[in-house]
Design a protein. Structure first.
Length: 350
């Protein structure tokens, strides 16, 4: 069968199963680290040498187009009664190291339409859509962690239209799930992604070596928009993204812009910008993955640059993996560079 015939078959298959492989699976996730990492909040000195990074456990029930998922995450480094330094959500009202990540009920009569309600992943930023088990580097780019939300409580609607995937959500701005859930503002967020040539997904390096799309250059372009209360009310954020893959090479890029709306539609001069570029290579029949990172951030009068990379080795059972990552950051207002070096062992049981 020639290449054109394979492409026709893949186009027909991609409407059904190809993108289904990129839906976030239900996982028992255990991650342990060794190394050095910055202690929040910055600019605290690095700490280490070993820690439990996270343990996530839950279950999912589905039937007749209805599904219910509940995932709880334990992060031992969370100080009891103290919210994290980032915009992480799902915090419990009594504090402590346990939080809700995905705890929701949904209805999906067709892959093109799904509605969910509960504690949900905010549909903003490509990096935020990626599960922690699949991050190519041990930690996300600094501006993603600091200025974008991960989980909030509310409702969302989304679906897969084949070449276009969409999701829109109205969510509480509160990071803590308590009786004041909708008293502190709301967030409206949406993400639209187009894959005009063929399937790319969030984890292109995990596609099977015999995938009929392997020899084809493919790309995915997307845009995320958010408005509401993050660190401050009336925050508008934009996040265009691009991912491309050819054979065992892939590259992803993301740009973030956040600003506050003043009276009317005028913009406040101060804001946050960030950009990250991550090229990668998979080899040895998909058992090894190398990725590099370059990032830039502008917040107020401070500019920060970062550079690093990571290597991930998958066991014969790919649910076990070992990642070694390093990143160094320089700031225009701090002569001392910051860095982290992490060896991460992950067990992700689907």
């Amino acid at each position: 069968m020639n290449r054109a015939s394979w492409a026709v078959l893949a186009l027909l298959a991609s409407a059904g199963t190809a993108r289904a492989q990129d839906t976030e699976p239900l996982r028992l996730l255990i991650q342990a680290d060794a190394g050095l990492w910055p202690s929040p909040p910055p600019p605290a000195p690095a700490s280490g040498f070993a820690r439990w990074r996270r343990i996530r456990v839950g279950d999912e029930l589905s039937g007749h187009a209805v599904h219910v998922r509940a995932l709880l995450e334990w992060q031992p480094q969370t100080v009891a009664g103290q919210p994290p330094a980032t915009l992480a959500g799902g915090q419990m009202p009594f504090g402590g190291p346990i939080r809700m990540t995905e705890v929701f009920a949904g209805w999906a009569p067709h892959r093109a339409f799904e509605v969910d309600a509960g504690s949900l992943r905010v549909p903003f930023s490509r990096s935020r859509q990626m599960d922690e088990a699949d991050l190519p580097l041990p930690e996300r780019a600094a501006f993603i962690d600091a200025f974008t939300p991960d989980f909030r409580t509310g409702a969302s609607v989304g679906g897969d239209l084949g070449e276009i995937q969409y999701r829109f959500a109205i969510l509480s701005a509160d990071r803590t799930v308590d009786q004041h859930l909708f008293d502190r503002g709301v967030i409206a967020a949406g993400r639209l992604v187009a894959e005009p040539i063929g399937p790319v997904g969030l984890r292109p390096w995990r596609r099977a070596e015999g995938d009929p799309w392997t020899d084809w250059f493919r790309f995915a372009g997307g845009l995320s928009v958010l408005y509401g209360t993050l660190a401050a009310p009336k925050t508008l954020a934009l996040d265009p993204e691009l991912t491309a893959q050819w054979r065992r090479f892939e590259v992803s890029a993301e740009y973030f812009l956040s600003t506050r709306l003043a009276s009317g539609t005028s913009f406040q001069t101060s804001g946050v910008q960030g950009a990250v570029l991550e090229p990668g290579l998979t080899f040895l029949h998909g058992q090894q993955h190398l990725v590099a990172r370059a990032e830039w951030q502008r917040a107020g009068d401070a500019t920060t640059w970062g550079a690093g990379g990571a290597w991930t080795a998958y066991a014969p059972d790919p649910r076990w993996r070992l990642t070694m990552g390093f990143e160094r950051r320089w700031s225009s207002v701090d002569p001392l560079s910051k860095y982290w070096l992490i060896f991460r062992l992950t067990l992700a049981l689907d």
